[in-house]
Ligand binder design. Structure first.
Ligand SMILES: [Ca+2]
Length: 271
């Protein structure tokens, strides 16, 4: 049922051949911005402190955001016939380089693994490894259901698929290393999407909400929530889709948050 829902929503979003914010009849997020899985949050809810904001391309259907450890940022842009991987300057938001994917691929999460970038695809069951020139050098077959978000911790890769599970892999050679269920006081946290590793925790935003779960990687327990409601003005939010980009710049120790078609990248003070 969830898969059907995703396809249905996605068809609604992508029915127009050249989407822009004007093509979106209504935002896809929940009106109250809260997690869909439950309303009574039982672990601490934190509010972000915005340090500054950086312009963001409002045609970018953001699927993943990450940094390379050297101060440059990367963003994946989803959609059939328009998916791409971009390198950009996090100080200005200016796109420095962009590589388009084939028309049949829908780009999802992206993460820097040393010199390589790992880019997921949504339902193509193939993941790409790009080099520093943003050239796809190799692929791996993915036997999971779908690829949504990706991050890396201690030389392992964690992948989300819209469920409450994180799947762990070794990247070279590609090897499955089990799963962990993300829970909040024992309750599964569904619709995990974009991921980011921040000082040993995994941050995961929940599809359709403005909340980010702060997860202990080993146990999958959510230790806190980051409530990102209100980053956009109501007028901006009406033109945008969901929050779906979390990137941590380890060189400056700053957290970047954006979303699909958002006009800004928000730079947050780490928690
Ligand atoms: Ca990320």
């Amino acid at each position: 049922v969830k898969w059907f829902w995703v396809v249905l929503l996605s068809w609604g979003v992508w029915a127009e051949p050249a989407p822009s914010s004007q093509n979106f009849e209504q935002p896809r997020r929940r009106a109250d911005g809260k997690p869909l899985c439950f309303q009574d949050l039982r672990v601490p809810v934190l509010r972000p402190q915005v340090l500054r904001r950086v312009p963001h391309d409002t045609t970018c259907f953001t699927q993943g955001l990450c940094f390379d450890g050297k101060g440059l940022a990367y963003e994946s842009n989803g959609g059939l016939g328009r998916s791409s991987l971009r390198r950009f300057d996090p100080g200005t938001g200016q796109v420095l380089q962009e590589t388009r994917l084939g028309n049949e691929f829908w780009a999802e999460g992206v993460y820097s693994l040393g010199p390589e970038l790992l880019l997921l695809t949504w339902q193509n069951r193939r993941f790409f490894f790009f080099d520093e020139g943003l050239v796809a050098r190799r692929t791996v077959e993915f036997f999971g259901s779908e690829g949504w978000g990706v991050t890396s911790l201690a030389e392992r890769v964690a992948i989300s698929d819209g469920s409450s599970r994180l799947q762990w892999f070794r990247p070279a050679p590609w090897k499955a290393e089990g799963t962990v269920e993300v829970t909040e006081t024992g309750r599964p946290v569904d619709l995990l999407n974009e991921l980011e590793t921040v000082e040993g925790d995994i941050y995961a935003n929940l599809w359709l909400s403005d909340y980010i779960a702060i997860v202990k990687p080993a146990s999958g327990e959510v230790r806190a929530w980051l409530d990102c409601r209100g980053l956009l003005t109501p007028e901006e939010a009406a033109q945008c889709d969901v929050l779906n980009g979390i990137g941590y710049d380890t060189t400056r120790k700053e957290l970047y948050v954006t979303g699909k078609l958002w006009p800004w990248l928000f730079v947050l003070r780490p928690l």
